[in-house]
Ligand binder design. Structure first.
Ligand code: SF4
Length: 442
């Protein structure tokens, strides 16, 4: 039995990487709450430090080992401090982590978080299995406290696409969709605790196809329609999508469902058919552009964002020019672009790299174009009336900051407003990474 009579123990979680990891960290914090742990922002006072790692960025394992190295003095001072490693690097490295860093008490892969409390009780261990049960069902729910007005909800995990550069199919495993009834009950629970906006998460979120509440199977568009029926929920978003999973029903939901926000992150990675093939993306440039056209027919004001990898092995000047051309043709609201770096265990790992200086120059050129498009997209909001969901107070007295329908941060003078208010705002000004607006009468 857990001793809840003692003073709460403190848990410090450092989260690297994507929104899935942010969500997982929240759920692990809730699970550890049932073991008497409360979150702290101060690592020095923690009884347990959990590093929730990400394998997407370059040198993820090296970064973990150097972070662990920095924890050595704290562990030497307080040997009872528990140190855990979670996430995709935990999955990929497994027991190697404890072999190289004996100060680590436990290593838990992304599919085994529900076993974290038991591991802590047992004093540690390594668990990187892919169990068949739904880990989220086995994670204790948080006490019924109020939540921030915007929350994440994982509906799908893993990936079967095997893009040549990506570790996700190896670290997160095959695609698994949670049943609709569990997602709906978690969404209702979030709304009952003050959440007004839910972002559905998955590595291939739009590939979700799960058991319907009354039996049979639903696709992702149908799931969104069911979630939209929840009273008190105002906004739905989802990320991250694969172009090949943009089913007709989902595109229709963008046309018909007002709660589905006009924002879509749809990674394309390259604008060259040759490179798309080498990346094993399984679609062409023309198919992507046609898809964008159909999405814009359904929802003309949709703001599109994307991911790009620059300098993939074999990329020529012409391939790069094709990527710039695609960017010009689509016009993105924002996009993430990275220089290619090989990940161990992926099909592209051993392919010869292109010249580093050339890759750097191409990245700069692409980023300059994308920044110009981002600026133009933001400036096009000036003068428009948008809804803004206030998420926190701004830096100035009486100021609030929230997100617009298009996910831009908007600062508004609103002394009477509270976090969680959904208000109408006229956009007055565009700054580099945010907008300013004035409150309109309700
Ligand atoms: S679709 Fe490709 S990039 Fe996305 S998670 Fe799957 S393998 Fe990785």
């Amino acid at each position: 039995m857990t001793d809840h009579s003692a003073a709460p123990k403190k848990l410090f979680i450092k989260t690297y990487g994507c929104q899935m990891n942010v969500y997982d960290s929240q759920r692990m914090a809730e699970a550890m709450g049932s073991e008497g742990y409360v979150l702290t922002e101060n690592q020095a006072e923690a009884d347990m430090v959990l590093l929730n790692t990400c394998h997407i960025r370059e040198k993820a394992a090296e970064k973990l080992y150097s972070d662990l190295g920095r924890l050595k003095p704290l562990k030497a001072e307080r040997p009872d401090l528990k140190i855990g490693v979670a996430g995709c690097v935990a999955q990929a490295e497994g027991e190697e982590i404890q072999r190289r860093m004996p100060l680590v008490d436990l290593v838990v892969g992304p599919q085994a978080y529900h076993r974290l409390p038991a591991m802590v009780r047992a004093g540690g261990g390594v668990d990187t299995e892919f169990p068949t049960e739904d880990k989220f069902e086995h994670l204790p729910k948080a006490a019924a406290t109020r939540r921030a007005p915007a929350a994440f909800l994982t509906v799908q995990e893993g990936c079967d696409k095997f893009c040549a550069f990506c570790v996700v199919p190896y670290t997160r495993g095959a695609e698994v969709s949670r049943p609709a009834s569990r997602i709906l009950s978690e969404a209702r629970d979030l709304v009952s605790r003050g959440v007004r906006e839910i972002t559905l998460l998955g590595q291939n979120v739009n590939g979700w196809h799960g058991e319907a509440p009354q039996g049979g199977e639903w696709g992702f568009g149908r799931l969104i329609r069911a979630i939209a029926e929840i009273d008190g929920l105002d906004r739905i978003r989802y990320t991250t999508s694969h172009p090949n999973d943009m089913a007709d029903d989902l595109i229709d939901a963008h046309r018909d469902e007002p709660k589905l926000m006009p924002y879509l992150h749809l990674p394309v990675q390259s604008g060259s058919n040759r490179i798309l093939k080498a990346m094993n993306r399984k679609h062409t440039v023309a198919e992507y552009l046609r898809l964008i056209e159909r999405i814009r027919e359904a929802r003309p004001d949709i703001l599109l964002t994307s991911d790009f990898i620059v300098g993939f092995p074999g990329e020529t000047d012409q391939d790069h020019a094709d990527t710039l051309d695609l960017v010009r043709r689509v016009g993105f609201g924002t996009a993430f672009s990275f220089k290619y770096s090989p990940r161990p265990g992926t099909p592209a790992y051993d392919r010869p790299l292109i010249d580093d200086a050339v890759a750097d120059a191409r990245l700069q050129e692409l980023q300059a174009l994308l920044s110009a498009q981002q600026k133009a997209a933001q400036e096009s909001m000036v003068g428009r009336e948008l809804s803004v969901l206030f998420e926190k107070p701004g830096r100035l007295e009486g100021q609030m900051v929230g997100k617009s329908d298009y996910l831009h941060a908007v600062f508004v003078a609103a002394p009477q407003a509270r976090v969680g208010d959904l208000v109408r705002v006229r956009i007055t000004h565009s700054a580099p990474n945010s907008l300013a607006g004035e409150l309109l009468a309700a």
